[in-house]
Design a protein around this ligand. Structure first.
Ligand SMILES: [Fe+2]
Ligand SMILES: [Fe+2]
Length: 147
């Protein structure tokens, strides 16, 4: 199962820009890189378990790059972290478009992952919904259980 995920993401996961996410902490003691990897795996599991027949490239690349904003959010906006919640999906999307040739469907997966905080970026496609939900599950797990 993980083989298919790794096959699709192998190039992306060893890219030096993507590896930069290893230097940033997402929640607890989890790096942003590991967080994105977990969201990608859970997204894949949700798709398979519910037989949703997602476009796996869109789903997995979107999941792996959904937090590709490349900074330590703990140092962002003087530690208030309010702005980060509202702005990082857009920052991640811009980086993903800049460094990788991602299509509109994949861009939207990244841009919509912070709904409902980013109230206007409502998930529409199945890939957008899956990553949005998988991110919330993984974030909760990382915050509550891994401190
Ligand atoms: Fe995020
Ligand atoms: Fe995330």
């Amino acid at each position: 199962m993980d083989n298919e995920v790794n096959e699709i993401l192998s190039e992306l996961k060893t890219n030096s820009r993507v590896l930069e996410m290893q230097h940033f902490i997402q929640h607890g003691n989890t790096s942003t890189y590991e967080h994105c990897n977990r969201v990608a795996k859970l997204s894949y599991r949700i798709d398979r378990r519910l037989s949703l027949h997602s476009d796996l490239n869109v789903l997995l690349v979107g999941a792996m790059l959904h937090d590709f904003y490349l900074y330590d959010w703990h140092n962002y906006d003087d530690g208030a972290h309010r702005l980060h919640g509202f702005t990082h999906a857009k920052a991640a999307c811009k980086n993903a478009q800049r460094y990788f040739d991602i299509d509109d469907k994949t861009s939207r997966v990244i841009a919509c992952h912070m709904w409902p905080l980013n109230i206007r970026n409502f998930p529409r496609s199945r890939e957008e919904w899956i990553v949005c939900i998988a991110d919330k599950c993984i974030s909760l797990q990382e915050t509550v259980f891994r401190r």
